[in-house]
Design a protein around this ligand. Structure first.
Ligand code: TRH
Length: 368
């Protein structure tokens, strides 16, 4: 497989919790397939694909881990997503294929790429592309590299479909909302995809006081909002002119459109952060819950890359429980122009770079 030559890609993904691991793996699989590659997505729990990708995708087949243990025949490139444990039969088959090639005097072998989590921290650029140590035994013969997604040219980049921005530009939220039976009267729209942030009750109270349409994503975000409402003894809407709509689980492409509706998007984890950047409206990020120091460093690095004004930084720190504060005071009825400008500039910087799949294809071709 050279350059843009088509090949067979095996992506391995284990679902830890939430949807990010599978969400990123699925996006990667479909984008490779749309560039003509054949992708086998091996996943230990594919259940979320029933709503995330109900129509599947030509060129992508989905398999369970048990199947890999039975009859795995190596393809051209292996992606180990987020440090998952690849079935032993796969390790053995790839090591063997590489050893045979070496014994026949062939160069290279099947590249095994550890796709890592996204972060804007500076160590990412230093670690991206490094060879990953392989210990003897069953792994002898395997050739592994780290591939770190990131926000700068010297990292693995961000997932972005080639036609995404054209679709974004042609999107009409009034039509989209009407087609889904969501009443909208032109008021600001806030979307909410979060874990259980400490100041959620404050956010809901602040939004209820102003004419805002709040779209709440399915799953943990909906459960968290409902828990606050139950605790407050009201259904939220009774408290003021703000309205809340709970969304069902929607396919990934629809989830993008939910964010395209937002004047401000509260997002979490990894994939929705990137989608919020492409959406282009101000966003507030809740990183995956980790110890405060780790979470704080991750958050600060992203805010630095964004060039976020102090008011947006403070809102992030309060929203993530890293600093006391009054969330309502940080939230104006509409996001300030400075927030819009900073996200627009950051998006332009990211759009000027190659997307993750383009970089990954070059990386795999170079390391075969
Ligand atoms: O679900 P997440 O919290 O995933 C997390 C993070 O990725 C975190 O870094 C990781 O360590 C942890 O999982 C295991 O948030 P994220 O990353 O935004 O992924 C959500 C995915 O779900 C994304 O691909 C969008 C998709 N989605 C839909 O397609 N439709 C929906 O209705 C919803 C709610 C989500």
């Amino acid at each position: 497989m050279q350059g843009e030559e088509r090949g067979i890609w095996d992506i391995f993904c284990q679902v830890i919790d939430n949807y990010g691991d599978l969400g990123v793996s699925w996006r990667l699989a479909t984008q490779l397939a749309r560039r003509g590659h054949s992708v086998r997505l091996w996943v230990d729990d594919a259940s979320a694909l029933s709503w995330m990708a109900p129509g599947g995708c030509d060129g992508v087949s989905t398999h369970g881990f048990a199947q890999a243990d039975e009859d795995f025949v190596p393809g051209d490139v292996v992606i180990e997503a987020f440090g998952c444990t690849v079935p032993p039969a796969v390790v053995g088959a790839i090591a063997q294929a590489n050893r045979v090639r070496a014994a026949e005097g062939g160069q290279g072998g099947i590249p095994w790429i550890n796709l890592e989590y996204l972060s804007a921290e500076s160590w990412v650029a230093r670690s991206h592309g490094l060879a990953s140590p392989v210990h003897g035994g069953a792994e002898a013969g395997i050739r592994k590299w780290f591939f770190f997604p990131g926000f700068t040219e010297d990292t693995g980049g961000l997932l972005r479909e080639p036609d995404l921005m054209a679709e974004r530009a042609g999107f009409d939220r009034a039509t989209w909302l009407a087609q889904r039976g969501i009443a909208w009267h032109g008021e600001p729209i806030v979307t909410l995809f979060c874990y259980e942030p400490p100041h959620l009750a404050e956010l809901l109270r602040a939004l209820a006081r102003t004419p805002v349409l709040l779209l709440v994503a399915a799953g943990r975000a909906t459960a968290a909002v409902r828990a606050v409402q139950a605790g407050a003894g009201c259904a939220g809407e009774a408290a003021g002119p703000g309205r809340t709509v709970f969304l069902p689980f929607v396919p990934q492409a629809e989830f993008d459109r939910v964010l395209w509706c937002g004047d401000c998007n509260f997002v979490r984890g990894e994939d929705s952060l990137v989608r919020a950047l492409w959406a282009g409206a101000p966003f507030v990020w809740q990183p995956y819950p980790q110890e405060d120091a780790v979470l704080g460093a991750k958050l600060a690095a992203l805010l630095d890359w964004l060039g976020a004004p102090e008011s947006l930084r403070r809102l992030h720190r309060v929203w993530n429980g890293l600093e006391p504060g009054n969330l309502a005071a940080e939230l104006a009825p509409a996001p300030p122009q400075a927030w819009r400008d900073c996200v627009a500039r950051a998006r332009a910087r990211a759009l000027a770079q190659d997307d993750l799949v383009s970089r990954l294809l070059r990386f795999a071709a170079k390391n075969r």
